[in-house]
Design a protein around this ligand. Sequence first.
Ligand SMILES: *Cc1c(COP(=O)(O)O)cnc(C)c1O
Length: 476
Amino acid sequence: MVDTDPRRRIPRTDRLLALPEVIAAGERLGQSTIRAIVADAQSAARSGRMPVAEVVPTIIRSLAPRAASSLTPVLNATGIIVHTNLGRAPLSDEARQAVLDATGYVDVEMDLESGRRSRRGTGARAALLRACPAAEDALVVNNGAAALLLTVTALAERRPNASGAAGLGEIIVSRGELVEIGAGFRLPDLMVTTGARLREVGTTNRTHLDDYARAISAATGCLLKVHTSNFRVEGFTAEVDIASLRGLADEHGLPLIADLGSGLFVPDPALPEEPDITTALEAGADVVIVSGDKLLGGPQAGLIVGRRDAVETIATHPLARAMRTDKLTLAALEATVTSARNPVHEALHIDVDELRGRTDRLATVLSADAGLGDLPVVAHDGRVGGGGAPGVPLPGWALELPEALAEPLRLGDPAIVTRLHQGRCLLDLRCVPETEDDRVAAAVLAAADRLREGRDDPEPRADHLGEGRDGLGEEG
Ligand SMILES: *Cc1c(COP(=O)(O)O)cnc(C)c1O
């Protein structure tokens, strides 16, 4: 009898493990990884998610030495500079090199001259203080959220006095500044995990100095000012600036913390409303908190900068050890802060005429070759994105492509992420290095080909597929 169920022909495990490609992969990958890849392919075929004939090519492709991690490099053609889903800031060449150099043994906590233990990350700290002379000291932790958590924990702590026990005092914060930072995470929820109580003052749209003043009591631990980094409230609004809060903090001997979110050191004319560290410190914040991977253009990190005694209190809190930064981060941060430029800075200050020229050239090449007709270049506003300059348009240009191209572009090599907007697929070169323009053109041509063939191949790196196919799917 002829066997009609193709699933019976799924190659057996021992047969698959004996493939030369699989044996060769054993030099690089652990047996558990290899067995899992084999089992995944078999199970996909068993459940009908994959044709039996694809089992061997899929295994070979999964084992190919192209990348040791599953993170796929992406060209960001969305026009959104700090794109959280795409890893926020891309590092500069200097920062990449610094990371590479730091991967082995490094003197992260040793003074090579004396051979003794030194303070961790002195280079990054010194670079931060050079970039920001208004700061007396700086501490780097894992991210902005960690910086906020640690700072309020350390600074809102009250010493025991005659009337009350020690513990965390209340954090006074405006109702208009209770930010949800993304993926459902809310700063107020984060802060109450410390055991501190939030004392919300004012209303969503208006908060006055008097609201803060009335809330201050013996239970107060600190005043907190949070930049509303991902939304705007317009209309009848009022907030209290740092300088006014400083006066109040001095009157009552309270620490004043400013969480700015993004990491500008000094004002940037391109983003007139975006707060910066220097201005916030000069206005009187004891400590300022920013992220390393937003407008600063560096690695994921939380920077705590400000007055020496405040930073010292934070740095010596036991919780600081749980938020200690990795050597790779310290290396990338120091290199970022030291270099004059980085990709975030460049995308923000891009020459709009050059962007237009590049987009026009891409349109010309593709209109001639892609079989998609004449592709229009349209005005398109970029964005800072990811916690910076909410609602501020960055005028620029984009190539308009058929919406159906978005998926094959994402799955292509290089993977290109475009902006889907009102049924259009917009390709914005603002955040794409100019050196990649030819690869972008080639990738769009390839995506258009795949679309035309109606073969929306979910595994675009299919060029190795030919090998090893023969006969092996036929095992009974
Ligand atoms: C982004 C942001 C944070 C969180 O920083 P992460 O580095 O993402 O942890 C905190 N506060 C504000 C105002 C932010 O914009």
